[in-house]
Unconditional design. Structure first.
Length: 289
């Protein structure tokens, strides 16, 4: 049995199928861990959702920011029709409700004690160890999977609060948690989360650090697999594995075998670059594990 962690799909189903052929994936024997962002900006968000859901117990996926954007678009209407969205085929599909209710019940954190790996979409704030992260994830998952999920989706967006405190309550606590799990890249010197920088770690503003390089990070004893950061060229540290290699932007789709840490990659078609506004094929450097 093999377990493969796969980077952000964002509606790129054909590369996924080619990657699964390359690693000889067998759903009766193997398991796939998806880093989230199953949908949006790519050409096949609907079919990607159907495919991953159809894998049943052979697939585990955590929620990413684009997945949450889809849920907010479906139930609040406040986030629809953002430039470069490719979600309308999901929102108008005959099986839309079935797919969306399945999606909102996905976890934001998955930990396998036997493998010793933890899966998240973006990262962990420096104040959390595994127990803290698991507790925060359980709280958030209960809300997203419960009857009051629409009320949270309406209050989900915003950058504050950006510093963890055990005294946070209500929507403030949940908003910090969802931002940490699905949007985090950089941390400020005081340990607060920064959402203004999205580029390579080497080009960060003075004082900002990638979340995994923050001094005294309480999750340093964990092995963490994550996506979300397609421009993360290097600067990873021991036990941290970033595997979003920019498939939707014309980079690669990557699978990390959690047994021997080998990587398998397939090239992706030139994608739409959200800032340049044109087809953009760019090489994506392989992060150093």
């Amino acid at each position: 049995m093999a377990v493969y962690a796969i980077g952000d799909l964002q509606g790129c189903l054909d590369p996924l199928k080619r990657l699964l052929e390359q690693v000889a994936f067998d759903p009766a024997r193997d398991t796939l861990w998806f880093t989230g962002d199953l949908v949006n900006r790519g050409p096949a968000s609907l079919e990607t959702l159907r495919f991953v859901r159809g894998l049943g117990d052979a697939a585990i996926t955590v929620l990413g920011n684009h997945d949450l954007h889809l849920l907010a678009s479906a139930w609040t209407g406040t986030r629809r029709n953002k430039h470069h969205d490719t979600l309308e085929e999901v929102l108008s599909a005959p099986d839309r409700d079935e797919l969306l209710h399945w999606l909102r019940r996905r976890p934001v954190l998955h930990h396998d004690a036997s493998l010793g790996f933890t899966l998240v979409h973006a990262g962990l704030p420096p104040q959390w160890d595994l127990a803290d992260a698991h507790s925060a994830a359980t709280e958030l998952e209960a809300v997203l999977g419960g009857e009051g999920f629409v009320a949270f989706l309406e209050e989900m967006y915003g950058n504050l609060p950006n510093h963890w405190s055990s005294g946070l309550v209500g929507f403030d606590r949940l908003r910090f948690t969802v931002n940490a799990f699905t949007r985090l890249r950089f941390v400020r010197p005081d340990g607060s989360l920064d959402f203004g920088s999205k580029g390579p770690a080497e080009r960060a503003r003075d004082g900002l650090l990638p979340w995994f390089l923050y001094p005294g990070r309480r999750s340093t004893d964990m092995k963490i697999v994550f996506g979300h950061w397609s421009l993360l060229e290097k600067s990873l540290c021991e036990g941290v594995y970033g595997i979003d290699t920019g498939c939707v932007y014309g980079g690669q789709l990557t699978a990390l075998a959690l047994g021997d840490l080998s990587r398998s990659c397939v090239s992706c078609a030139p994608g739409w670059h959200p800032k340049r506004g044109k087809s953009n094929k760019r090489p994506v450097a392989q992060p150093v594990a």
